[in-house]
Design a protein around this ligand. Structure first.
Ligand code: NHV
Length: 851
């Protein structure tokens, strides 16, 4: 069971006149009821109404069978939350009290002791409300009424006059656009619908005297190896009636041992105060992305001192670095790459969506697991996609610590939105709030206005659906929001990061010429039904989306389907496939590349293998074409429920074949190859910042029965931060036409001491045209607590070997690999649930067994 509550904000206690500042967490003791029903039950906060109703079995497990249909009704109702808390005389003596709502989802009126203190209308904003005058000694009552995101916005819909083109919103009416609420909750082409209501982040009450520090921005004006120029921008609110003199002490250092201090005398006025204290750090220990060095993080602490006492303090973790997006015309079109500390950076990663439909379930363990998977696949980059949420603080904290660059979409995706004054004022508050919340993070590399709305306006045929005046309204609204409002706010409140209006910014996959300009979402594969091979030709300057679906493995399917549902046309399987074209497209590609699998289970397995091997070719092609192409993000990293999707990790944290393949091709030094014009060329792909010399490239031609027909060895170098061709063979010198059907080029790189670095098996055809041998894999298992070690052996080639164990989220040192004829391969499975005495059954499958 996942831990439901996880308080993401770390509240720093400060001191005031010798009296401790007081923070009271208000997450416990809440009750909920449908409005007017007076049917109160205990609520879990943070959470949602739907999460609570599931806990009480009032709603069934939303993932199972076709239960999605049964869990929709709560979105149409209003729901109330209430809680009491006690205060002492002492607490009421503080100068001020602030109630903080980190996240309310979404439309809500909040009452405290009979007074309405807040109308919330944006789940992405944390609201702070001064409540000193309303609090009382003894019992206090908080009451929150949440309004249905559907019925509450009905008047908006009724008066609008047309329906927005929100094709992913699975509701009868496209109500999602009217609320500043995570779009994916309304359904997506990989997502169930569960439009939630409730308190999705923490609530707390803060007492303080005199002043509070509302914000501390360590703005990096410039950073080089010699010098970091910084502004300490500090926002203080004072409740004192008179101005007073104080000292700001700034302490900064990488560790407690080397803390430096500066002091500045200030005068604090009643109300809002801004201070800007410049600082230069010579020879800064810079923050580097994963693979390039250390993720140095300085602690910056400000202390506000009066009469030698600290009356408020705040600490931020800061990585000093320079990141910029180089997006400029060049010989070919328009280059698009990130430069980190002056060095061109090849981005290796994926598009990230929220990993829980019930968003408050994203607890600390969830994020730890997520980043383990990201670094585990040698990634250095994630794009937080615009149909989800601005992620929780801990997400960016881990990205800082692990060196993962973050591209942050603002939360708008695939549809136009209202753009009237009220709506945009709400958007403005949201953008300012989130820029201020996230701008201290070293990992945050780019702000992007939205996902695909720019492209959609030009290329999705909306003008056939809407009259010219509405199209004009869409375009004007778009320009106001994404070409004016948001970039101006990014400039004002961030001032150090690049902004692009949309992803893709200018390319459109249908127009191949446009791929020379900026980032691209290449959907010719999948949506355009083009073969995987096309990925070798349509190389963009930066691939920000491309993808291919697969079913999750059987143990995940079995969590929501019973035996009789195991058919792609069953109602249960269909409700877990949200892409209207999904199953048809998977089958079409499979017919092209594979023998028809014998049964449903084999279909699922072959689909995983196809997704992994096919996508790998594309990822590699992007990396091989460095520096023309400077990044590859595949669609999509993860799932938010158990479903058929483009993901490389399923909902239960099982790596699909694609995730293993991504790990291989994203390795710091990876072997690449290209079959072109009757030649086979080898490339070394390296993102190391130094050359690595004296590597051995081994190239063998092996037939599927194990005979080594050719054997070559060559000394090569991995040139720093590049893709470099190291050798070329005439294919005719390797195999004849007939041998192409039963031979593989088995190639690998090793270091001086013969340690394996990276390898690749090159086949001349997809499996439908290979003569794969029948073979039986032999295994020996050593059972330990938490760890099984398995050794596999096959006389003949066993392609795409899949080792299965019925434990969700078990980790495999390797999976979905080719077992070479006669090779002994050992893999390790780890999971806290593995017990030596259980001898949990392990099953093994390879491709030849599926037909
Ligand atoms: O369909 C998969 C993913 C989506 O889940 C997600 O919204 O941003 N996808 C496909 C596309 N973009 C995205 C592009 N889709 C098309 C564009 C133009 C024509 C046909 C399809 C993601």
């Amino acid at each position: 069971m996942k831990k439901i509550t996880f308080v993401l904000c770390v509240l720093v206690a400060t001191f005031s006149n010798g009296q401790k500042m007081n923070d009271i967490e208000l997450n416990n003791g809440w009750q909920f009821s449908q409005s007017e029903k007076n049917d109160w039950r205990e609520a879990q906060v943070p959470g949602s109404i739907q999460q609570d109703l599931i806990r009480y079995n009032i709603l069934p497990d939303p993932f199972y069978g076709t239960n999605e249909n049964l869990v929709q009704w709560p979105e149409n109702e209003n729901w109330d939350f209430r809680k009491t808390f006690n205060l002492t005389e002492k607490e009421l003596q503080f100068d001020d009290a602030i109630l903080t709502f980190e996240g309310l989802d979404t439309h809500a009126d909040v009452f405290l002791n009979g007074s309405k203190i807040l109308h919330a209308q944006n789940m992405f904003i944390g609201y702070k409300v001064p409540v000193k005058d309303i609090l009382r000694k003894g019992e206090n009552q908080l009451y929150i009424r949440f309004y249905s995101p559907i019925t509450y916005m009905e008047p908006a819909d009724l008066t609008n006059g047309f329906e927005y083109p929100a094709g992913n919103d699975h509701g009868e009416k496209k109500m999602s656009v009217y609320s500043r609420k995570a779009p994916y909750q309304f359904g997506w082409d990989w997502g169930m619908r569960l439009a939630q209501l409730g308190i999705w982040k923490s609530i707390s009450l803060t007492f303080y005297n005199k002043i509070r520090i509302d914000d501390y921005y360590v703005k990096q004006l410039s950073v080089s190896a010699q010098m970091a120029q910084i502004e300490n921008q500090i926002e203080i609110y004072s409740v004192t009636k008179e101005p007073f003199n104080a000292n700001i002490m700034i302490q900064y250092g990488l560790s407690e041992k080397d803390v430096k201090t500066i002091n500045k005398e200030i005068s604090i006025e009643p109300g809002r105060n801004f201070f800007n204290i410049p600082l230069e750090i010579a020879n800064p220990e810079r923050w580097m992305p994963a693979g390039w060095g250390k993720q140095n993080l300085y602690n910056f602490t400000i202390k506000i001192q009066k009469d030698n006492q600290t009356i408020a303090e705040k600490t931020e973790q800061i990585g000093l670095r320079k990141i910029r997006l180089v997006y400029e015309p060049d010989l070919y079109g328009k280059k698009f790459y990130f430069e980190v500390n002056g060095i061109p950076f090849f981005a290796k990663g994926a598009d990230y969506i929220p990993g829980e439909i019930m968003i408050a379930r994203q607890d600390k363990d969830y994020y730890d697991r997520l980043f383990e998977n990201v670094t585990g696949a040698n990634m250095n980059f994630l794009r937080v996609w615009g149909g989800g949420i601005y992620e929780n603080d801990y997400f960016y904290h881990l990205a800082d610590e692990k060196g993962i660059l973050i591209w942050q979409d603002c939360i708008f995706a695939c549809t136009t939105y209202p753009s009237d004054e009220n709506f945009l004022s709400n958007v403005k508050d949201e953008i300012v709030y989130n820029i201020k919340r996230l701008r201290n993070h070293a990992s945050l590399a780019l702000w992007c206005g939205n996902n695909e709305i720019g492209e959609a306006l030009e290329h999705w045929g909306w003008e056939k659906q809407y009259a010219p005046d509405i199209m004009k309204k869409f375009r004007d609204g778009y320009n106001k929001t994404f070409r004016k409002l948001i970039p101006e706010l990014v400039e004002e409140y961030d001032g150090t990061r690049n902004y692009i209006q949309s992803s893709p910014d200018s390319a459109n996959w249908v127009n191949t010429e446009s791929l020379k300009f900026g980032d691209a979402h290449y959907w010719g594969l999948w949506h355009g039904r083009e073969p995987f091979e096309i990925l070798n030709e349509r190389i963009p300057r930066f691939m920000s989306e491309f993808g291919f679906q697969s079913f999750p493995e059987m143990k995940t399917i079995r969590t929501f389907a019973s035996e009789e549902d195991l058919d792609i046309n069953s109602d249960v399987m269909k409700i877990h496939q949200k892409s209207g074209i999904g199953n048809e497209v998977i089958k079409k590609y499979m017919e092209m590349y594979y023998h028809t699998p014998k049964n449903f289970e084999d279909f699922v397995y072959v689909g995983l293998v196809m997704q992994g091997n096919g996508m790998k070719e594309g990822i590699e092609a992007h990396r091989r074409n460095q520096p023309y192409c400077m990044g590859t993000l595949y669609w999509q990293l993860n799932d938010d429920w158990p479903v058929v999707s483009w993901s490389s990790i399923d909902y239960y944290n099982n790596w699909k074949a694609l995730h293993y393949k991504a790990r291989e091709v994203f390795a710091p030094i990876a072997l690449g190859s290209e079959l072109k014009n009757n030649q086979l060329s080898f490339f070394i792909l390296s993102d190391k910042l130094e050359d690595v010399d004296n590597l051995q490239l081994h190239v063998q031609v092996i037939d599927f029965e194990g005979k080594i027909l050719k054997n070559f060895k060559q000394t090569v170098s991995a040139k720093s931060n590049s893709s470099f061709k190291v050798s070329t063979y005439n294919i005719a010198d390797l195999v004849n036409e007939e041998q192409k059907h039963h031979c593989v080029i088995h190639a690998w790189l090793s270091d001086k001491k013969d340690n394996f670095i990276s390898g690749k098996n090159i086949y001349f055809f997809w499996p439908v045209n290979l003569n794969l041998p029948e073979t039986t894999i032999q295994k020996t298992v050593s059972y330990g607590d938490g760890k099984y070690t398995i050794t596999l052996w096959s006389k003949y080639l066993a392609k795409d070997v899949f080792v299965e164990i019925p434990i969700q989220g078990a980790k495999f040192s390797d999976n979905f690999f080719d077992l070479m004829p006669g090779e002994k391969k050992t893999i390790v499975i780890t999971s806290p649930q593995l017990k030596a005495s259980d001898k949990t059954p392990i099953s093994i499958k390879h491709l030849r067994e599926t037909y």
